[in-house]
Design a protein around this ligand. Structure first.
Ligand SMILES: NC(=O)c1ccc[n+]([C@@H]2O[C@H](COP(=O)([O-])OP(=O)(O)OC[C@H]3O[C@@H](n4cnc5c(N)ncnc54)[C@H](O)[C@@H]3O)[C@@H](O)[C@H]2O)c1
Ligand SMILES: O=C(O)C[C@H](O)C(=O)O
Ligand SMILES: [Mg+2]
Length: 639
């Protein structure tokens, strides 16, 4: 049926077709597109209340008749495009009606309207999200997701995802079967202990896995029926929450040590028991509405993303599970790749060859899970450059106690490699615990990178010192989230460091209009540019583990995505709007790295041999074609 909003709709479907590049030849070995109707077992209100099947007013008359929907909906049948326009219009009028109100009020109002749609009609929700990712990402993801987590117990209306608590010890193996979906491709799990830069938010941290998985669907086309957000509630040390009458989590201090690990171990084993390799098989037609463009993803092994665990558990769980499960820690590994891409772009922006990366002086504020992850990956990259050695230390790392030197008492082994000084007393004119401004003044770094979780620490004095950087294009990465925790604003950077500065932040900021009429570009250095591609690449390669090589290739892919012209202007990361195309490339880079390392076991649809025979372009095409795309599918057979 053609609807009256025809012109806009046609334009949009043209864009969608191009996005899917369905005219491109199918890569050799690509699984065939599955067409044809899926049959739903439900009837009547059970369908209307199931966001996966629900089409609201768009159920055609035949489906209304045969699914017991007649009389449960107003008589007029709307088409998808009309519903879409109606939703976008109401979203825009909300924007108009809330003008002038505090930002947090507007952001939460926007989140509510999107969340209601998510709860009601997933097809429409994900289509709106994909088409408007630049506008909606800051609502369903960073920074608004932080506000949602802070207020989660009050905002809670309907559950989403699974909750395993310390009280469920011994029960998880059976609980995992309460999850209704037979197949799960991607799990994002948190224990809520370090939510963005907001600290321990206990059970309220569930908002993060939900937001990350929304990005997985929008950016990587992971089938939303096969994602599982998980909260492991082992208590909280947040006194305010423990005293909050509305708090929905366990009212007890966090478990520590073996008690903690026993909970995580039990959850991991439950996941393995429910979705082991043998159980997951090729499924040609199953009971959910596949889009006509979709290709079935055949998950061989579940992929797990660990998110927002406090540092000690982030590293411990990564070491504990990375060889046994197909998992990665986004804050340690995803962030590292994004930061590395930014660091390499900063070298290019200076007009220097990439080999000069090992001559960059880099000051890092924050030696936590993200900071250490970045340092390790950057060091690994430097060691690949000619003339590098383990002894050469290009990093100055600060934590809450200032510059970290070899003289630091109880030096954390993870950071020892980057501590300054050959001996406790010889620290190049700086001292243990030196302040950020002292370090920047003395070192004149090429890059100042913040992963401290402390807003505003790149203050006027620090930024003015960065103006004296040895780089013609000093780079400032204020990567802490959410917005209030950013180490500085772009306005301050372009004012105090100058118009040549390169700026990137973890949370989104607007470009800055400079006094000379030029634009000061703001880049978003957020792991959202990598984790969807890492997850999708791992899934499609059928890799059992996610290796350093796969992560390295993902980062390099992102680093090379931008052209020289853009880099010269200070644009070092792509537009969020192009996230599907970036993710296709990153995913392909991950698949190819897995193949090169002999880790790719392939899937039931595309075997290891076929993956191996694909060219780079064919791999990108293969990844892009395996992205789920939301369209209504017939729910009754017309045969
Ligand atoms: N942009 C992204 O993609 C991205 C990815 C991961 C983490 N992050 C953000 O990075 C921040 C840190 O995350 P994390 O997991 O490393 O946290 P963490 O708690 O593990 O580490 C924080 C570190 O910052 C240090 N610190 C505290 N105050 C400081 C100060 N005044 N000066 C210098 N260092 C200071 C702490 O000592 C600690 O080493 C969070 O805000 C998080 O949201 C951003
Ligand atoms: O969630 C984000 O926006 C990025 C990152 O994972 C973080 O913890 O800050
Ligand atoms: Mg995170």
């Amino acid at each position: 049926m053609l609807c009256s909003a025809a012109a806009a709709a046609r334009r949009r479907s043209g864009q969608i077709r191009r996005l899917l590049s369905s005219s491109a030849p199918v890569a050799k070995g690509t699984p065939t597109t599955i067409l044809g109707p899926c049959i739903v077992n439900k009837r009547g209100n059970d369908i209307l209340n199931d966001p996966w099947y629900n089409k609201d007013t768009a159920f055609p008359l035949t489906e209304r008749d045969r699914l017991g929907l007649r009389g449960l909906l107003p008589p007029r049948v709307m088409c998808f495009e009309q519903q879409y326009d109606r939703f976008i219009n109401s979203y825009r009028s909300l924007e108009n009606n809330t003008r002038g109100e505090p930002e947090s009020v507007i952001a939460l109002a926007k989140w509510r309207i999107l969340n209601r749609l998510h709860d009601r009609n997933e097809t429409l929700y994900y289509r709106a999200l994909i088409d408007n990712i630049k506008d909606f990402a800051p609502i369903i993801y960073t920074p608004t997701v932080g506000l949602v987590c802070e207020n989660y117990s009050g905002l809670f209306r309907r559950p989403r995802g699974m909750y395993f608590s310390a009280k469920d010890k011994g029960e998880m193996m059976s609980m995992i079967y309460n999850w209704p979906a037979k197949k799960v491709d991607m799990i994002v799990v948190t224990d809520g202990s370090r939510i963005l830069g907001l600290g321990d938010l206990g059970v309220q941290g569930i908002g993060i896995p939900i937001g990350k998985l929304d990005v997985y669907v929008a950016a990587a086309g992971i089938n939303p029926q096969r994602v599982l957000p998980v909260m492991l509630d082992v208590g909280t040390n947040n006194q305010k929450l423990l005293e909050d009458k509305l708090y929905l989590g366990l009212r007890q201090p966090r478990l520590e040590g073996d008690e903690y690990l026993e909970i995580i171990d039990e959850f991991m084993e439950a996941v393995r028991a429910r979705w082991p390799k043998a159980v997951v098989q090729v499924c040609v037609l199953c009971g959910h509405a596949l889009s006509a463009y979709s290709v079935m993803l055949v998950s061989e092994e579940i992929k797990l993303q660990f998110e927002d665990f406090q540092m000690k558990w982030a590293f411990e769980t990564l070491q504990r599970y990375r060889n046994q499960f197909c998992m990665f820690n986004d804050d340690v590994q995803g962030t590292a790749g994004v930061a590395l891409a930014g660091l390499l772009s900063a070298v290019r922006a200076q007009g220097r060859p990439l080999e000069d990366f090992n001559k960059q002086k880099i000051v890092v504020a924050g030696a936590g899970s993200a900071g250490i992850g970045v340092l390790n990956m950057a060091k690994q990259e430097m060691l690949r450059m000619p003339g590098s050695s383990e002894e050469q230390n290009q990093f100055w790392v600060l934590d809450k106690d200032g510059l970290i030197t070899k003289g630091r008492k109880d030096l954390d082994p993870a950071v020892a490699r980057f501590a300054r000084g050959h001996s406790p007393n010889e620290i190049e004119g700086l001292h243990e615990g030196a302040s950020l401004v002292e370090v920047v003044k003395k070192v004149k770094p090429h890059v100042l990178l913040g992963l401290s979780g402390v807003g505003g620490i790149f203050n006027e004095e620090v930024l003015k010192a960065m103006k004296e950087s040895d780089s013609p294009r000093p780079a400032i990465f204020a990567m802490s989230n959410p917005t209030t925790k950013a180490e500085c604003t772009p306005e301050a950077v372009f004012k105090y460091v100058g118009e040549n500065a390169i700026f990137a932040s973890g949370s989104p900021f607007s470009n800055v209009s400079l006094e000379n009429g030029k634009t000061g570009y703001v880049n978003q250095a957020n792991n959202m540019y990598l984790f969807p591609g890492i997850g999708l690449g791992a899934l499609l390669s059928g890799a059992r583990n996610i290796s350093d090589g796969m992560l390295q290739q993902a980062a390099e892919c992102l680093a090379h995505y931008m052209g020289d012209d853009e880099i010269n202007q200070g644009i070092i990361f792509p537009e969020v709007a192009s996230i599907r195309s970036i993710t296709a490339r990153v995913g392909a880079a991950v698949v190819r790295a897995a193949v090169a390392e002999d880790l790719a076991e392939g899937t039931s649809a595309v075997g290891a041999k076929e993956l191996k025979s694909m060219t780079e372009e064919e791999t990108i095409d293969y990844v892009a074609r395996n992205m789920w795309f939301p369209v209504y599918s017939p729910l009754v057979s017309d045969k």
